[in-house]
Design a binder for this molecule. Structure first.
Ligand code: NI
Length: 168
């Protein structure tokens, strides 16, 4: 496994829609393995392939020791709204409050091409929406009225716990 460089927000590849995966082969598995290593090293709880320069619809999330690999993911159901803190490995050092759906159901394929559905709420729902946005060229900062809403992680309000500002 190889730790790859994580690109930051100004890189054009982060603004392009990633391509659908059609081959569920060894190179996809290597990509997923490298993404896990890179995400853990960062450290973060989510990573999309275009963040390491690969424009494919591939993302991973790791929460509470559970790894979710998402190939060609799509939100098929969403409900509720919740505002919470959010950070991104491509916007290092900052967080902001972002409104997201409270619950989502996502349809995706696994590394072998098998279709599955996964339901998420709380931080997992937020991570699913954040990663699918990445694959569509969207960053969370796009939802802010102004970049002045960004808060340095080190200066976040004291009641905000570290886990709430994990980078995704
Ligand atoms: Ni991100």
């Amino acid at each position: 496994m190889v730790i790859r460089q994580i690109l930051t927000a100004e890189e054009p590849i982060l603004r392009e829609r990633a391509r659908r995966v059609t081959h569920f082969d060894a190179s996809l598995h290597r990509l997923l393995d490298d993404m896990l290593e890179t995400m853990r090293d960062a450290p973060g709880i989510g990573l999309a392939a275009n963040q390491i320069g690969v424009p494919l619809q591939v993302a991973i999330i790791e929460l509470e020791d559970e790894i979710t690999e998402l190939i060609n993911p799509q939100i098929v159901r969403a409900s509720g709204e919740v505002i919470d803190w959010e950070g991104c490995l491509s916007v290092p050092g900052f967080v902001a409050e972002v409104k997201r759906h409270a619950k989502v159901t996502v349809k995706a394929r696994d590394r072998h091409g098998k279709e599955f559905r996964v339901k998420g709420e709380e931080l997992f729902a937020r991570a699913l929406q954040h990663e699918i946005d990445h694959l569509n060229g969207i960053l969370y900062i796009d939802y802010l009225d102004s970049l002045e809403e960004l808060v340095r992680v080190s200066e976040r309000p004291s009641e905000v716990e570290e886990a709430a500002t994990a980078s995704i």
